[in-house]
Write a protein that binds this ligand. Sequence first.
Ligand SMILES: *Cc1c(COP(=O)(O)O)cnc(C)c1O
Length: 222
Amino acid sequence: MIKENLEQINLDIPKHVTLVAVSKTKPHSMVLEAYEAGQRVFGENKAQAIEERFAHFNNHPDIEWHFIGHLQRNKVKQIISGVSFIHSIDSERLLLEVNKRAEQANRVVSCLLQFHIAKEDTKFGFSLEEATEMINRQPIDSLPNVKICGVMGMATFTENEAVIRSEFQSLRAIFEELKQTVFAEKEYFKHVSMGMSNDFKIAIEEGSTMVRIGSSIFGSRS
Ligand SMILES: *Cc1c(COP(=O)(O)O)cnc(C)c1O
C-alpha cells in the first residue's frame, strides 16, 4: 500500500517540491518499504525516535532525516550528527544551540525558521518581527554551522480552505520579505516548508517547496 500511496502523492507534487515522508510512530519496516519504493527523505518529530532511526538505518546513508517537531535544546546534542535538516527552529536559544553543537560535530546543518501562522496558540514559531530582530542580533554570517534555508509553518487544523490558504499565503509573504531583506543574496534561502496530508495541494499552489506528509503515505496514527 505504501508504494501505491507514494506513487499517487508524487503525481500531485511538482519536481521542484521535496516530499518529506513523515514516518513518526510507524515501525522501521514501513520506512524500509517506502525506501524500497524510492523515497529517500523522511521526517520525525521526536528526538528519541529520530535517534532510533539513525541507528536502525545506519547502513542506508542515502536517507535524509529531517526533524520536524518542537526541539528541546537539551536534545540537540543527541540528534546533531545524524540530522540533515531541522524544520523547526522556533527560538534564538535553539538556533544558537544548534550552531554550537553542529560546530562541535564539525558539521553545517540546514535549518528552517518556524513561523506561527495558525489561529491556534498551541503552535510554536516566530512572528516576522521576532525573526527579523533575531537576525539583526545574530547576523547569519556569525553562525557558520547553521544554514538557514527558509521558513516552515503549519496551518490551522480546520476544514475551512480559505483559512488554510490565507495562512499559507502569509507564510509565503514572510519568506519573500526575509528573502529581500536579511537573507538578500543568500541563494540557499529558498525553501518554504508547508503542507501536510490534508492541505498539501493548497500549500503547493501557494508556493510550498517542501511538503511533510505522513498519514496519506503510512496510514492514520492511533
Ligand atoms: C505529523 C506531522 C506532519 C504530517 O502530518 P499528516 O497529517 O500525517 O500528513 C507534518 N508536519 C509536522 C510538523 C507533523 O508533526
